[in-house]
Design a protein. Sequence first.
Lengths: 194, 491
Amino acid sequence: MGALLAVIAPIGFVNEAALKLGRAIGGIAVALMVVAILVQVFFRYVLNSALPWPDEAARFCMLWMAGLMAPTAFRRGGFVAIDMFGRALPTKAGQFLNLILFLICLAVLLVGVEIGWNEVTGFGGKFKSASLYLPLGGGEWYRLPRSWMMASLLVGIVLLISVNVELILRSIVTLIGGGDRLQPIPDAETVGAD
Amino acid sequence: MLIWFLPAFLIFLMIGLPVFFGLLAAPGILLWLNGQEKEITLLYRNLYNGMDSFPLMAIPFFMLAGELMNRGGITIRLVEFSQALMGHLRGGLAQVNILSSILFAGLSGSAVADTSALGSMLIPAMEKEGYTRKFAAAITAASSVIGPIIPPSGIMIIYAYVMGESVAALFLAGIVPGILVGVGLMIMVRLMADRYDLPAAHRVDLTGTQLGQVEWWVSFVLVRLNIALVIWSFMPAPEGLSAGMSWGMLLIALLIAHVIFLGIRRMVSHDFRMVCKRAMVPLQTPILILGGILAGVFTPTEAAAVAVAYAIMVGFLILRSLKWSDIPQVLVNSGITSAVVLLLVGAAMAFKTVVSLSHAPEQLAEFILSLSENPLILLFLINLLLFIVGMFLDAGPAIIILGPILGPIFTDLGVDSIHFAIIMSVNLTVGLATPPMGLVLFVASAVSKERVETIARTILPFLAVEVFVIFLITFVPAISMTIPRLTGFAN
């Protein structure tokens, strides 16, 4: 158990730091989404001249917001699930089921990361975005490839895997009776579509 | 083989796999077993494409606007306003809870936000007044389902996105059903008040309330402007009316509105007026959103962004209740919640791919139509099915999975697509307050520290009212269709 706890600590530290950065960038992305759409409203209705980039820029920010912030929700137990069956089982059986569920999540994520990598580096990712340009200085502009947008989900899945590995190790420690020696993860949340 | 996607998904769900992973794992495994590995890539693509949507952006914006308003102290103003109107009735705070939910629904499209914001304030207050904690938690959870029915509504944005309906039409169609749920709950509370001797409350608890000068003037102008615009819209407009004449008529309407308020002023106390004025600025939000969409000025997504801007303006400049240090936390909170919703929507869109590949819609349609040819009987049966689904599944994924299967069947049978959207949305929204997977029950439990099972038992009379309203909406289409028809958003 000592070895497991020794592995969990650095993974937890890395996850905490990475997700903190993800939350900060995600928060900025939310603010930029609002600004982009308000700029569009101003140009379309006040100046009567719609801009080509705000809609796509806002979607770009939204995708990165989702990719960077969803892992925080997962780590805090904020992914909606029915846990009544697990709670109805004897403690050890419930903990074992929990471990199995995390392993299923890991399988889904590993398949996702493989497909995601192929998608981002593949044909579809090489297309250019419709209206997003990056200033390179000296009046030059770089038209962003779609892969920059598509990478949001891939990064999200990689972060989810990292969180999932931590949760798997924690559930193994809990299963072998060391739950009380684990550092608590910040409070569980209940979030949902509604 | 693929037809087993639904049982597989339900098994995953029941053993406790998060819905997001269940939506991907069940079809993924079946595709793999079926030798259709290439289609698994399609699942991934649809997950991404499902999230990459401009209309869906309204969801994070409405969540952000709601969070800003709540942080800016708007919830307390709505509760005080509700108390001023209904607090004196028997079972007063329970009635206040319901009215606050109706008003809060106009600011936020989320039942979870409603339960959390109102529950943390009203449940302790109700306990203090002599209500049991389980009753306070149950009425909070039951009334919070009004949140996604009255616009703005996250669920209706999702429905419109999946089914290609007009968000504005769905928003308008949800107004009366939402109010009807509220009125039904109020009647039930009134009946229970006699039977269980629920305590009365006071009309206005606040005395000597004063407003800042800016807020006083903004409320003064807003309330008159709103009434003037209503009067103006009913004024006869002769052909060839010049812009100057039109402005003149608006000025007359403003004068009439002012005279009306001078008359009302004598009939009510200073405290009552102040409490109403304090609620005026937040209550402008739904008017701004719906007015902007109806007038064709904004798309729903733009209206949501404007609602955020309004919330910031109100919080910083008018009420001065927001601080810059609040903003990062507000952005992060709304971002995390929205991220989970977007992933769920994306996963449900991916799941939908397998639904189509499996030919399940055709088989289900055939089965449903074999039960009866009478649309009314089928609507009754479908309501039962939706209610059961709502007990286990979150409303958003349920809409994405079942909407494309059920919607076309009933449209072909002559049910208006907007009417069906409202039946489905209201039914699945009520499912948020039903065990075992009632999201708002869990939030109410967390807020009140009462057991979910206890709240689930106490909520039953209120659920009965909501089921009755679902059937009313189902069999009286005019309840949901009148406003969209009057405003030209439905035929």
